[in-house]
Design a protein around this ligand. Structure first.
Ligand SMILES: [Zn+2]
Length: 374
């Protein structure tokens, strides 16, 4: 065989091996099914497609866990994984679903609201694909670490400019796959718009009193350790924020900008009767200043680059401990949810929700996430 044919054959074989390994990784991630355990307090499991039948049979369809108490009261909807590279919201949703017992009112949890975004990673970010936790009984459970946006396999191509349907607002084309720019959604729109429509339709159909969307953000981003509230939700949000501050949990209150469209705290407040809130906690594994990005960074938030930048006064979170671990971020979300539920009951006693079994901030710091997984 001529020398050049031998070289070409070797290159082809090498390409096939690399393609095979990458293809297997993509395929496994795409079809990975998280084994979320139905908690004892769950009274019903619905699907997002119950609120937009177009989603039935698509990868974007996902479980809605309903925890209904015996006494009537208000209701709250918790959304995790709007941005699937912000894993504290995903894990907080799962911890609530697997542990909470509702006495009065109803709690709805969608831990994977953008299921498609959990099936891939952001290109060139070097992010891990999975997160692992050991439960109390020693079982290892695996969860997805995803992308900020809907998987392009499910929604392609992006337009040059994304026009938000109900407001006409223009954004860059890739934002068309950002679920939190698609509310209040479009019943027969893109898959992201269809998901947003289903969430809005759930809130309208079940007359959900309060909605809390769980996010994380880069420690160097100004809206951090913050709750963003629609103007109708300001009374509940300000009481909750005050109580969190009294518990030494840093939380600022931000008004939802009236002219920034497509976000839960704006559109679900405008297009439904719900009190719309969004919580942000700091996540070094998604920041632009981070160094090596792996599961250890996701879980511990330990990054020497952030230590330097904290010293330079460039961060919006207290990074004095040199870490920002998952249990702290999940604990903040859980304590925030408990405080906003309490504030709702104080403001509107007929809409009170009584729920037990949501770990407090301190309990989550002490016991860590795996302790609360079945
Ligand atoms: Zn986010």
């Amino acid at each position: 065989m001529k020398k050049q044919y031998a070289s070409a054959a070797a290159i082809l074989v090498a390409a096939a091996i690399v393609g095979g390994i990458a293809g297997n990784s993509f395929y496994t991630k795409r079809h990975f099914k998280e084994d979320i355990v139905k908690g004892d307090g769950v009274t019903e499991v619905r699907m997002l497609s119950d609120y937009n039948p177009r989603l039935k049979g698509t990868i974007a369809d996902t479980e809605i866990y309903v925890l209904k108490g015996e006494e009537p009261g208000g209701s709250v909807l918790v959304l995790g994984s709007t941005h699937a590279n912000e894993p504290a919201g995903h894990m907080a949703g799962i911890v609530i679903e697997e542990n909470a017992k509702v006495k009065k009112g109803t709690v709805y949890v969608i831990p994977s609201v953008n299921q498609s975004a959990l099936t891939h990673n952001d290109a060139l970010d070097g992010a891990p694909q999975y997160m692992h936790y050991t439960t109390k009984t020693g079982e290892l459970r695996t969860f997805q670490y995803g992308s900020r946006a809907t998987n392009p396999i499910d929604q392609w191509p992006d337009p040059d400019i994304y026009t938000h349907r109900s407001s006409g607002q223009s954004l860059s084309g890739s934002e068309t796959r950002n679920l939190n720019r698609c509310y209040p959604g479009v019943e027969d729109g893109t898959i992201s718009e269809q998901v947003a429509y289903a969430v809005k339709n759930l809130i309208t159909t079940d007359d959900i009193t309060m909605e809390i969307d769980l996010h994380e953000s880069s420690p160097e981003y100004a809206v951090n350790n913050a709750t963003v509230a629609h103007e109708r939700a300001m009374g509940i949000a300000s009481e909750g924020v005050l109580n969190l501050q009294l518990e030494d949990i840093a939380m600022s209150l931000e008004p939802s900008p009236a002219t920034l469209h497509g976000l839960t705290h704006r559109e679900l407040g405008d297009f439904t009767n719900t009190y719309a809130l969004l919580m942000e906690t700091g996540n070094p594994s998604q920041g632009r200043l981070r160094g090596k990005t792996d599961e250890a960074l996701v879980q511990t938030g330990i990054d020497p680059c952030y230590v330097v930048n904290y010293g330079l006064g460039l961060l919006y979170v207290d990074y004095s401990s040199g870490s920002f671990p998952m249990e702290l971020r999940v604990g903040r979300h859980l304590q925030g949810i408990s405080e906003y539920i309490a504030a709702l009951g104080n403001n509107e006693p007929d809409k009170a929700i009584i729920v037990e079994g949501i770990p407090s901030y301190q309990e989550m710091l002490d016991n860590k996430v795996g302790f609360y997984l079945k």
